[in-house]
Design a protein around this ligand. Sequence first.
Ligand code: PGA
Length: 250
Amino acid sequence: MIIAANFKMNLTPRKIHEYLHVLEQKQEYSSYAHINIILFPNMASLMSDEVLRGCALSSLTLGAQNAYPAFNGAFTGEIGAEILEELNISTLMIGHSERREIFNETQEFCQKKFDFYKKLNFKILYCIGEPLHIRKNGQHELKNYLNMQLCNIDVSYNNLIIAYEPIWAIGSGISAEAHVIEETHQLIKEILQNNNASNIPLLYGGSVKTDNVREILMLDGVDGVLVGSASLSPYEFSAILQVAVELQKI
Ligand code: PGA
């Protein structure tokens, strides 16, 4: 089971250091042993020795929310592979809807990033998800849209995780309904199977919180969750982890 936290442009390095302390106090990290926990903090926090040490001690994986598809070079404001390698970061999120929508990242650019970091054997958390008007247009259009977001992405890559995050559920406080998550995960798994990729973990994201995480994690075809807003509090995030621990025991 994979539980990932996307802090987005929130929490400072100092706050994340304190956050890790709270998480540690809430639960013995050894009880998380069978859960793959990935934190995606902002770049400044990835560079903080205290955060790096805190995560290493507790075997949490740290990932970058973004990176440019180059080793280094004249790309003002960007972070590249050389920097990530020096920080021992080998997990990267690609295709989050905020990057696609706010920063105008096209499918071609997502694909370029994917190909570049795949060559470096990064673990890639690749996000897909439709806006509301696409969903309203029915199953056929939804399938085409999700297919398009996976177009030219090597889904047989063995270091790949996919997160399905319907845009209309992100940050809204209301997750997609259970049957919608289940049906859409089924649809995505079919797309993956048609591309000879059957064992890719598929996470759900979009207003996951303590109240709904149990139901979501128990759904067919859900291999974990990607949590945004609710991951910003170490108390809430540790409650989410606690649910995952309990479900592992069943
Ligand atoms: P949310 O964000 O949990 O606040 O909806 C999820 C995400 O954007 O990854």
